[in-house]
Design a protein. Structure first.
Length: 412
């Protein structure tokens, strides 16, 4: 697909769902699209829908000398929580909700930063975090020794997984070091996922394989109360680590660490299936029908996107515009028809900054099998490739700039 040529048109102002948007056209001989940018607010804002309303809350991000137009660095966690009426967006700009940043202690050397706003809690780390049906948080600790449940009302944390057998497993790991053998880490609970019905939590652990000096993580399922853990995908069976990509329709989708297979596990009937491919996963669509991935050739992850059909195992090339690449941050639209991501350029970057500055928003359209590119708002410095990205609906995506502002892109 050819790189798109951009023509900015800043004299057209429209209103949609209460937002005012400036229009920017994107055209070339093969693709025609238009996007409308609107400034949403200060900070690196992420959207989540709760009780019929959209909440926008500040999340942290990695940055290196993030200067923007004003030439200053930013306190990324100071902006708090905002609320938008979901029915008609009539209270735009968003209403700010009283909130505070809280550092939660989870034992010696373990902590988690959250935003507490009334009886709600929000994670600010951009890590894999589960929000339960009760809107409590389940997070990993930084020593991988348990999952923790953060109560949304009290803001306090307690261990989520049963610790029976933990001390014995820890002693086994320490004995390896005493014998001068490979000294790896015990992973009791890490990187949780939740089923759509909220009844089960999926997590990573090497609690069983550690007994055989195998430190690779397997996949477990546990009840919503943290009880009755069950091994469902065994690292020892495949002789390598297994990592979850996502959960959809009660099916756990994971990949092997050598990038040669996708493994699915049906929680309803315990059916396990292996799909052979040579790739590195990007994201599983919300309904589990497609896996967006990049091929791996001679142990090198390629630039182009591909779609893997999770039903019949067929692959279809999506591509990637010339001189652009994906850098690990993206999100599916709620209906799974589009995937938005920061698209980094290999060319024309500002050498005075420690990050790529020629960044665009790429939208993978599942129906047309194309990537449509959108340039940054003209009023900003640069889209920031390590900021958050999320959707307000199937046509509005939130993106972050290095001026410490979040913008909404309304696409066709």
């Amino acid at each position: 697909m050819k790189k798109l040529i951009y023509v900015s048109v800043t004299i057209i102002l429209i209103t949609f769902l209460g937002f005012s948007y400036l229009q920017y056209f994107v055209t070339d001989s093969n693709v025609s699209a238009s996007g409308f940018w609107n400034k949403v607010g200060e900070g690196n804002l992420k959207a989540v829908k709760e009780e019929g309303k959209w909440k926008l809350y500040s999340v942290g991000t990695y940055y290196v000398n993030m200067l923007g137009i004003e030439g200053k660095q930013f306190n990324l966690l100071s902006q708090g929580v905002h609320e938008i009426d979901n029915e008609n967006f009539s209270n735009f700009p968003p209403k700010k909700i009283p909130s505070q940043t809280v550092n939660i202690e989870m034992g010696i050397g373990k902590n988690q930063t959250i935003i507490k706003a009334g009886d709600e809690v929000y994670d600010v780390t951009n890590n894999q975090v589960v929000k339960t049906k009760n809107r409590d948080l389940i997070v990993s600790d930084n020593q991988l020794e348990n999952l923790w449940l953060i109560d949304r009302v009290s803001g306090k944390a307690k261990p989520f997984l049963d610790n029976t057998g933990f001390v014995e497993a820890k002693n086994i790991v320490e004995s390896f070091g005493n014998l001068g053998e490979y000294n790896g880490n015990l992973v009791w609970g890490y990187k949780p996922f939740i089923t759509e019905d909220g009844e089960n939590i999926i997590f990573h652990s090497n609690r069983d394989s550690i007994k055989n000096k195998n430190f690779s993580t397997s996949i477990y399922v546990v009840n919503k109360d943290g009880k009755n853990p069950k091994l469902i995908l065994d690292a020892e069976k495949y002789n390598q680590g297994i990592r979850v990509i996502g959960v959809a329709n009660n099916i756990v989708v994971a990949y092997l660490s050598n990038n040669d297979s996708i493994i699915t596990y049906n929680l309803a009937d315990s059916n396990e299936k292996e799909i052979k491919y040579q790739g590195h996963p990007v994201a599983l669509s919300p309904n589990g029908s497609y896996l967006l991935f990049r091929k791996v050739i001679d142990d090198v992850v390629q630039r182009e996107f591909y779609l893997l059909n999770m039903v019949d195992g067929t692959e279809e090339k999506i591509g990637m515009p010339d001189n652009y690449f994906y850098n690990g941050v993206g999100a599916w639209s709620p209906d799974g028809s589009k995937y938005a991501f920061y698209m980094n350029s290999l060319l024309d970057n500002d050498p005075t900054k420690g990050y790529r500055t020629n960044v665009e928003i790429g939208i993978v359209d599942i129906n047309s099998k194309q990537i449509i590119s959108y340039n940054k708002p003209s009023e900003t410095s640069n889209l920031y490739t390590l900021g958050s990205i999320s959707w307000l609906d199937n046509n509005q995506v939130l993106a972050y700039t290095d001026d410490n502002t979040t913008w909404s892109l309304l696409i066709e």
